[in-house]
Write a protein that binds this ligand. Structure first.
Ligand code: SF4
Length: 344
């Protein structure tokens, strides 16, 4: 092992956070943690991890739960396709592999919801297989250490970084090294505030020498954000409320919400237009109106209004439930936030 890897591993042994998924070789728990932590901060994901491990301690128990239960357990974490894939894959492992997590990189990579990064993480953390992980932290650390200006989101960049990451991986210590480089990126070589003055890798770091640290990594694409205009109809009477299930392939598939009128743009989204439309469709007038704060998702901004009614339309193709039952239904954060505000 050369000195760069040794320094990194020594730094890790002294500075790593004590996280529950680091004290296990159980591939199921490692998989759970990796899926939960995608796009999620450790402090936010921790309780979800502990909840899943205690409520579904085996793959079989997760596979036998209903999708609604799993989505409910996931509520508030966002990116719900992760939960649906987790559940789907648990069923596949339960049936095809008799509940035993597959042990080769290629078999792991074939599972739904598991990409190259997650497959490498499970293969190395659980089975000590020599596969290098490449997540946002690793891209950043490598691009700085080697002062690479190839865009990390280009095909060329992905190839270049994958080759470099695999060359650097100490094959007999892949688990510790992979965790070390990710932790180093997460805690020390951070996006806008890297602690270069105190860095153990400073003498190895080309971008530090070339004064290009804050220009690394390079990205080519800017993410486009789409505005969406949601108008929810909250029909509520005699402790009964109307919910509808999102079945389309879109955000929040299979979660529940109130009947929705979505508008394409701000021009169409006036209160006047909506009141006319609601009246025409249901012959009802809302008793009040609540406008929520902008709801920010990674590529979408949602502007939501809630029209509140004290009646339930006679004809409506949706689910009528008693308010006491509401807790059983997985709902997007936008809806649970509204209810919290509304109950105040
Ligand atoms: S010197 Fe700075 S940029 Fe280079 S590895 Fe250390 S913290 Fe990161």
């Amino acid at each position: 092992m050369n000195s760069f890897q040794e320094k990194l591993i020594n730094w890790y042994q002294l500075n790593k956070r004590d996280l529950p998924w680091r004290n296990t070789k159980n591939p199921y728990f490692i998989w759970l943690s990796e899926i939960i932590l995608q796009q999620t901060r450790v402090d936010q994901g921790m309780n979800y991890y502990l909840h899943f491990v205690s409520n579904y301690p085996t793959i079989e128990q997760l596979a036998n739960a209903s999708e609604q239960e799993v989505l409910k357990s996931w509520q508030g974490l966002g990116y719900y396709s992760r939960a649906r894939n987790l559940h789907f894959t648990a069923k596949v492992i339960n049936e095809k592999y008799k509940g035993i997590f597959p042990q080769t990189y290629n078999e792991i990579l074939e599972l739904k919801g598991i990409g190259e990064y997650t497959a490498a993480a499970i293969a190395s953390f659980a089975f000590d297989l020599p596969h290098a992980v490449l997540d946002g932290n690793v891209f950043r650390v490598l691009s700085r250490l080697f002062d690479i200006d190839t865009a990390i989101d280009s095909t060329q960049g992905k190839k270049e970084f994958a080759n470099l990451a695999n060359e650097l991986l100490p094959k007999n210590n892949s688990s510790t090294y992979n965790q070390a480089i990710m932790e180093f990126g997460a805690l020390f070589c951070t996006p806008s505030n890297p602690n270069c003055e105190a860095c153990v890798l400073r003498n190895n770091c080309l971008s530090f020498q070339n004064k290009s640290v804050l220009n690394r990594p390079v990205k080519s694409k800017k993410t486009k954000t789409r505005n969406r205009y949601f108008n929810y109809l909250v029909f509520f009477s005699d402790e009964q409320i109307i919910l509808s299930k999102r079945t389309r392939k879109d955000i929040w598939t299979n979660l529940y919400e109130f009947p929705l009128i979505e508008k394409k743009d701000e021009k169409e989204n006036t209160e006047e237009v909506l009141l006319d439309e609601i009246h025409e469709q249901f012959q009802l007038k809302p008793i009040s109106l609540f406008t929520s704060k902008k709801h920010v998702l990674s590529h979408q901004h949602i502007f939501a209004r809630f029209f509140i009614f004290d009646e339930i339309p006679k004809k409506i193709n949706a689910l009528k439930i008693h308010l006491d039952e509401f807790y059983k239904y997985p709902v997007p954060k936008l809806i649970s936030n509204f209810l919290e505000e509304f109950e105040k």
